[in-house]
Design a protein around this ligand. Structure first.
Ligand SMILES: Nc1ncnc2c1ncn2[C@@H]1O[C@H](COP(=O)(O)OP(=O)(O)OP(=O)(O)O)[C@@H](O)[C@H]1O
Ligand SMILES: [Mg+2]
Length: 313
C-alpha cells in the first residue's frame, strides 16, 4: 500500500503543459524529495496532490482516498506548506500558532502544549510576542512551517520549506522533520538544494519540464551516476591546438575553451587521465595544477536537466 499513488498526471494551462505525465509511488513513513529547476512543475504537482487544483487528466490516491473525487476528506488528513508566504500580519507568533490550532479543532490543553513545544523546536521563543508583519522573511517562514505541526497528520507536503532560512535554521528544520518521520510521518518535500534532499530523503525524484527524469534513493543515484569523477587541469599557457587532440578521447565529457583550464568528467577517469597526460606530455604542455574529485550530485542533477533540455529542443 502506498501513501501517495498518482498515475499519468497531467496539468495544462492553455498550451503550457506544467505537469506532463507523472507517475508517483510514495511509501508510508518515507521522505520523498522532489527536485527540479524553476518552472519544472514541482509546485503544480504539490497543488494537484493536495487537491488545490484539479488535474487535466490522471488519477491521485492519497492515504487510500481517491483525492480527485474526495478533496475535502483528503485535505483533512494532510498537512501542506505551500511555497507562497502565508501569514496573518497583525497576529503575534504565539497567537498565530494558537489560531491555527483552533482552526484545526485542536483541544485547548493540546494547543497550549504544542505552541510551547513548537516555539522551542523552531527557535521562536524570543520572538513569540512579535507580530508576523514585523518578522524577517526567514522567521516568518519558520512560523509558517511550525504552525502546520499544530495539528495531527499522517502525510505532510512541504514546498521549499527551507527557502530563506539560514544554514542553522535549515539544519534544525531538517532534523525536526527527521524526528517526525521516525514516529510515523510521511513527507513529500520539494527543494532546489540537492544536499538537503540527500540529507533528508529516502527517495529523490528529479523533475524537469513536467516530466520525471529519474527516481531513486540518494545512494542509488550516486551509484548510478556517482562513479563519475571530475578531473581539473590547469596548464601554464593557452594551447588552442590541444582542443582537437583532446576531442579524440572517447568516453568522457571535456570542457575546454582553449584557455588554461581543462575540465573532464568521466566514469572511467583513471584511463582517461592517462590518455590526457600522454597528450599533454607529447605536446610539452606544463601542468600547473591537477585534481581529481568525485562529481558531486549537484553536477549530476544539473547535467541530467541540461541533457533533457537539449533533447527537447
Ligand atoms: N496558474 C497558472 N497559470 C499558468 N501557468 C502556470 C500556472 N501555474 C504554474 N504555471 C506554469 O507551470 C510551470 C510549472 O510551474 P511550477 O510553479 O509548478 O514550477 P516549480 O517547479 O514549482 O518552480 P519553482 O522552483 O520556481 O518554484 C511554469 O512554467 C509556470 O509558469
Ligand atoms: Mg515551486
Amino acid at each position: 500500500m502506498y501513501c501517495i499513488k498518482a498515475n499519468s498526471l497531467h496539468k495544462s494551462y492553455g498550451s503550457l503543459i506544467a505537469v506532463n505525465g507523472i507517475d508517483l509511488s510514495v511509501k508510508y513513513g518515507e521522505v520523498f524529495g522532489f527536485l527540479g529547476p524553476n518552472g519544472a512543475g514541482k509546485s503544480t504537482t504539490i497543488k494537484l496532490l493536495t487537491t488545490l487544483i484539479p488535474p487535466t487528466s490522471g488519477s491521485i490516491n492519497v492515504l487510500g482516498i481517491d483525492a480527485i473525487a474526495n478533496p475535502l476528506e483528503t485535505r483533512k488528513k494532510i498537512g501542506v506548506v505551500f511555497q507562497q508566504p502565508s501569514y496573518e500580519p497583525t497576529l503575534t507568533v504565539e497567537k498565530a500558532l494558537e489560531k491555527y490550532g483552533m482552526m484545526w479543532d485542536v483541544d485547548h490543553k493540546t494547543r497550549k502544549d504544542r505552541v510551547e513545544e513548537l516555539l522551542s523546536s523552531f527557535n521562536l521563543e524570543e520572538i513569540r510576542k512579535i507580530k508576523n508583519e514585523d518578522l524577517s522573511i526567514g522567521q516568518r517562514r519558520r512560523v509558517q512551517v511550525a504552525r502546520e505541526f499544530m495539528h495531527d497528520m499522517k502525510l505532510l507536503f512541504l514546498d521549499e520549506p527551507t527557502a530563506g532560512l539560514d544554514p542553522k535554521a535549515r539544519r534544525s528544520l531538517l532534523d525536526f522533520l527527521k524526528n517526525r518521520v521516525k514516529v510515523g510521518l510521511t513527507i513529500f518535500f520539494t527543494t532546489h538544494v540537492l544536499s538537503e534532499a540527500e540529507y533528508l530523503c529516502d527517495e529523490i525524484a528529479i523533475i524537469n519540464k513536467g516530466k520525471i527524469l529519474a527516481v531513486d534513493s540518494p545512494e542509488e543515484l550516486k551509484n548510478r551516476f556517482g562513479r563519475e569523477k571530475t578531473i581539473k587541469i590547469r596548464i601554464q599557457e593557452p594551447k588552442p591546438e590541444l582542443l582537437k587532440l583532446l576531442e579524440n578521447i572517447q568516453d568522457c565529457h571535456i570542457d575546454f575553451n582553449s584557455g588554461t583550464n581543462i575540465t573532464i568528467r568521466s566514469g572511467n577517469s583513471e584511463t582517461i587521465l592517462l590518455q590526457i597526460l600522454q597528450i599533454l606530455n607529447e605536446n610539452n604542455v606544463v601542468i600547473e595544477e591537477l585534481s581529481t574529485n568525485p562529481t558531486n550530485l549537484e553536477e549530476i542533477f544539473l547535467s541530467m536537466v541540461n541533457e533533457s533540455d537539449a533533447s527537447n529542443s
